[in-house]
Design a protein around this ligand. Structure first.
Ligand SMILES: Cc1cc2nc3c(=O)[nH]c(=O)nc-3n(C[C@H](O)[C@H](O)[C@H](O)COP(=O)(O)OP(=O)(O)OC[C@H]3O[C@@H](n4cnc5c(N)ncnc54)[C@H](O)[C@@H]3O)c2cc1C
Length: 226
């Protein structure tokens, strides 16, 4: 068994270039293409967002890859306008050599390490892995084995959403109401988006009290080659 930290990677993007492309699409509505200057996207986007004219944000997308727990992707896949490709628990048998005959679990950020609760969680994962490997050894298929996998199981996820959907997802999933394991990954992503595309993401609120020591900062997208 291996306990790992979650990982998030985001494709390289140029926030200003994205916003200028959104402006170009938006100007179609008013046939005001002639008003485009180097900085004209800024006021245009702010005004449109203020008025709820947000479909213009759908013309650009950003992809990320994560190693997260099953609970994180279970919640994120509820978002219908995002696209997902997720490591399949129906095909991946972690008892095989390809996976070093072990299950990877995401270290929970909402248990203090070495506390009694953390140790109980760890023992539970060890017990589950023991039974999983025994069943695998006995010939169980991935389809049969997956029924044992808990929410803490690590999984690789590729996710793409357009800018409008990212704004919506982050407004729901970076708040105090989202699970800490999601906040841990998506608050730093939101902070990056706020820095690179303030006109769009400035108004998105997040849990400012979430402890920075648990942040998983987004790295550049490599599709997490292992
Ligand atoms: C804190 C929190 C707790 C939650 N708890 C639960 C829970 O206990 N149980 C549970 O089942 N779910 C729960 N959810 C999931 C939640 O109900 C949504 O399914 C999820 O957040 C996806 O959001 P969305 O519907 O806004 O989605 P998206 O799929 O991202 O859609 C974006 C927007 O498009 C519009 N839209 C999409 N589809 C439709 C449609 N069919 N009709 C009309 N408008 C549509 C809506 O305006 C929607 O906000 C929770 C979510 C959060 C953030």
């Amino acid at each position: 068994m291996k306990i790992i930290e979650p990982i998030i990677e985001v494709e390289k993007f140029d926030g200003k270039a994205i916003m200028k492309k959104l402006e170009r699409a938006c100007r179609t509505c008013y046939r005001s293409e002639g008003s485009i200057t180097d900085e004209s996207y800024s006021n245009l986007l702010k005004n449109c967002i203020n008025r709820g004219h947000e479909s213009i944000l759908e013309h650009e997308k950003i992809s990320i890859t994560m190693i997260c727990d099953i609970g994180v992707y279970k919640d994120l896949t509820r978002h219908r306008f995002a696209s997902f490709s997720i490591e399949s628990t129906r095909y991946c048998n972690y008892g095989k050599d390809k996976f070093d005959a072990q299950i990877k679990f995401i270290k929970p950020c909402n248990y203090e390490e070495n506390s009694t609760m953390y140790e109980l969680w760890k023992e539970s994962m060890e017990e589950i892995e023991k039974k999983y490997l025994a069943l695998s050894e006995a010939g169980a298929t991935a389809d049969q084995l997956r029924m044992l996998l808990p929410h803490s199981t690590a999984a690789k996820v590729s996710m793409t959403a357009n800018i409008r959907e990212w704004k919506h997802i982050l407004s729901l999933r970076a708040t105090v109401h989202a699970h800490p394991a999601i906040q841990q990954l998506l608050i730093p992503l939101l902070l990056l988006f706020k820095k690179e595309m303030p006109e769009i993401f400035d108004s998105v609120e997040y849990n400012e009290k979430f402890e920075e020591m648990y942040f998983q900062k987004p790295a550049e997208l490599t599709f997490i080659e292992e």
